[in-house]
Design a protein around this ligand. Structure first.
Ligand SMILES: [Zn+2]
Length: 198
């Protein structure tokens, strides 16, 4: 039996200048390999990039909500959290044609250990999705080989049901993905959406 891993890609405005073709390259690599991933989409990004949001959905990947403006959820009131999630949901649905419920990921992971924040997320109709494998793909100086090694090591450590965190914009992520998918599969991994982890 293969051990499942969910590749998750936080899809948002970049922290650093990077190549605009990175997300298309990520989608091409997933498509060429017939691999499924989960994209947590920032609402404002979806509104600015409707064609890409629609392409992610049309390619059949799982779509989640990554807040409206990428503000840390633990800095917002309960009403602020509810507004961020519902406004992002409308933006993602309008751009991508898919409702992201019930999947949500806190920007920076901030608030994911706070019962108040988690309760507000649940009241909005969402389940928070954390991660267990972090290759720090956003960090300057990271190489494709680093990313591949960290995800493979994490998969070996976690066994079935690991969740790897990556981002839509770093050059290194787009560069690493074709080999990463191939090596995960060679290691016996089944690439699944987060909804398949149960
Ligand atoms: Zn993010």
């Amino acid at each position: 039996m293969s051990a499942r891993i969910a590749l998750t890609i936080d899809t948002e405005h970049p922290d650093f200048p990077c190549t605009p073709s990175n997300l298309p390259a990520i989608l091409d690599a997933l498509g060429a390999a017939g691999a499924r991933a989960t994209f947590f989409i920032q609402g404002r990004w979806a509104s600015s990039n409707p064609a890409m949001a629609r392409k992610i959905a049309e390619d059949g990947h799982t779509i989640g909500n990554h807040s409206k403006s990428h503000a840390p959820m633990d800095m917002l009131t309960d009403a602020g959290i509810a507004a961020s999630l519902s406004e992002a949901e409308q933006m993602i649905e309008q751009a991508g044609g898919v409702n992201p419920r019930p999947w949500f990921r806190c920007p920076y992971g901030l608030g994911q250990d706070d019962p108040r924040v988690l309760a507000a997320i649940e009241r909005a109709g969402y389940r928070h999705v954390s991660w267990t494998i972090d290759p720090y793909d956003w960090e300057p100086g990271r190489t494709p080989a680093d990313l591949i090694e960290r995800v493979l090591d994490g998969h070996a450590r976690e066994g079935d049901g690991g969740i790897a965190l990556m981002h839509s914009w770093p050059d290194v992520t787009a560069a690493a993905l074709p080999e990463l998918i191939e090596r995960l599969r060679r290691a016996g991994a089944g690439l699944v959406g987060v909804e398949q982890l149960g």
